[in-house]
Design a protein around this ligand. Structure first.
Ligand code: SF4
Ligand code: SF4
Length: 191
């Protein structure tokens, strides 16, 4: 399957077409998509699915921050099906994200990342597009700020859980604790 290659500082305003439309979404096939509390909340509410039905657990030994539960030290990611994200759907050789409106924050930011307070394109990205970083930053300003806050919220939540519960409780209890805290945060910010 050929990937369309669009390079040289891609500018959507010049071509009129968003490059992901003509790409075969290799990003959704190659990466493990790690998710935070808000990602899991949005997916479970919008899909009316239990988090366990779309979450895959990974051993977190290579990561600074892992969830300490009975099952071990874990990280949470989206499940895969046929070696690609379970939410990627193919129809007549066209791929689409079936959860596009509430897809995880890392999917929205790809192929960019923040490094030392600056937005940069990931160095080992497999995306064929050389995006216009400035344009992306302006377009995604609100999302990037929200993304940063949500990961911070999640990291603090895991730290709090780990300090209180050690390895005594099962993952299901962590998921409940996590979703309750997201709901509580929404209640607070609504008032
Ligand atoms: S972000 Fe890049 S790799 Fe992913 S679908 Fe768009 S063009 Fe393709
Ligand atoms: S959630 Fe959507 S955008 Fe993210 S990897 Fe899956 S199919 Fe791709």
């Amino acid at each position: 399957m050929e990937l369309n290659v669009i390079t040289n500082d891609y500018d959507a305003s010049k071509t009129g077409e968003f490059p992901c439309i003509s790409c075969h979404t290799n990003c959704c096939k190659e990466y493990v998509i790690f998710v935070n509390a808000h990602d899991i909340y949005r997916l479970s509410v919008e899909l009316t699915m239990e988090p366990e039905s779309f979450l895959e657990i990974y051993g977190a030994k290579d990561y600074d921050l892992g969830i300490k539960v009975k099952e071990g030290l874990l990280d949470l990611a989206l499940k895969q099906k046929d070696s690609r994200c379970m939410f990627l759907e193919e129809s007549k050789d066209v791929f689409r994200c079936t959860v596009n409106d509430f897809k995880p924050s890392v999917c929205k930011s790809y192929p960019f990342q923040m490094k030392n307070g600056r937005l940069i394109q990931m160095s080992e990205k497999m995306c064929p597009v050389d995006w216009n970083t400035k344009e992306f930053e302006v377009m995604m300003k609100t999302h990037l700020k929200k993304d940063k806050d949500e990961w911070k919220f999640y990291d603090n939540l895991v730290l709090e859980w780990n300090a209180k519960n050690g390895i005594k409780k099962p993952l299901a209890e962590f998921l409940k604790f996590m979703l309750d805290r997201v709901v509580l945060e929404f209640t607070r910010t609504d008032n």
